[in-house]
Design a protein around this ligand. Sequence first.
Ligand SMILES: [Zn+2]
Length: 470
Amino acid sequence: MRRFAAYCLFLLLLPVCNPAQDAKALPPPDERYKADILLVVAHPDDEGAATPYLARAIYDERKRVAVVFTTRGGSGGNDYSREHGPALADIREQEGRRACATLGITNVWFLDGKDTASQNVLNSLANWGHGANLEALVRIVRLARPEVILTWLPSIFIGENHGDHQASGVLATEAFDLAGDPVAFPAQVAGASKRLEPYLENLTPWQPKKIYFFSDASDEKQFAGKGPAYSVKEISPSQKKPYWRLALEAAKPHLTQFPGEIHRLSDLNDEQLERLMSDPEHAWWSEPMTLIFGKATVPTQPTDPIFPDVESGLKQPSGPVKSDGGPGVVSDSTQPVILELGDPWHFYGAFRHAHKLTKLPAARIPEIAVKDGSVVGIPLVITRKPSAAREIMVKVTASSGWKVLSGEGKFLLADVEANYLRVELQSPQIAENELKGRQPDSIVVSGMAGDKSIGQAELRVLLRSSTLPQ
Ligand SMILES: [Zn+2]
């Protein structure tokens, strides 16, 4: 019996002790899903913000592109047929897939975010299930292994300013920073589990090299020089058509979103189309398309073209993400009590600092567009050091026609580090013809503790005939 046990032990040790045995190749990652560019956007049709550049990358630079939609667009309108809500989401998913397929993009994933109609990024993140969708996006980054991520700018500007757009940029930024870290979502990178234990994923940590943004702000010109610019009018050498034309073809599946435009454009001949798209009033894309540089793990300048740097930097070990070294959170920490604009503006201060994106464009004075006649909320955060004064006075100065509804006067702060207040104002109702060309109004909230200023929060508010809810 003892001899038998010794024999078994010998058998067990045999593979380890035999140096002549050939090494077995482990299966490689699935190359069918490898991407050069991963586009992360919120709604089916958002890809249209980048398609003139993507057409160039796909047809003339031979880049592999994959797309993540963080929602299925279920709370958008349907201007084409009767379906709404979840049924519309089913349609819009197909529209998004068809639009991508027009450019040859077949690796398209949808996350589980709920289309959330507001301008507040935090509303979107709350309604989406931030954590679960971040985990899902990190998984796709590790699976698709993109060199570059393109996404919406996480920032607040007068414009569509969709909270979902911003939230997709927040998730993409977080995924850029987490996907290369083996400690983040470790079950994704643990692996080789037994056949019937299919929970560990066997992915590899992956650090994308660059992240760029684009914006839904009304004034795109303000981003000139913040990143590389690509002509949308240039003729694609391989397709013999301008890039805008290739992008236009890819927009046509989105019938639920702009059926009138699609039908009208389909009836135009080449010459009429060309004329329409050269008119800045009607062109779907401004010339050139400017991206906003975020950060990189390879040596690069913000306005350098995207790919040559990535390719020359490929063989270098990826160093720490290049920091822009800006100040980030702006609070003067020596002051005992500080009043500032609250969330989502306050969140973005901390977010940019945490992700080393302090040079990302932000409005010099915070701004937003709202519907005329609506109630506007000004969120405030008041931070105080222990033992600092608790009694404060809040005063509001607004352009004429605005009426303060609440949030002004004397307040006793709770004995905690951060207090949150909200000032509400009724905006004036403006005649339709006076809204055109109107400049933003100014609202200034100032705080005092005794005879000392604790700060001012200013918001420029542009009144428009329609906007997403604040
Ligand atoms: Zn959108």
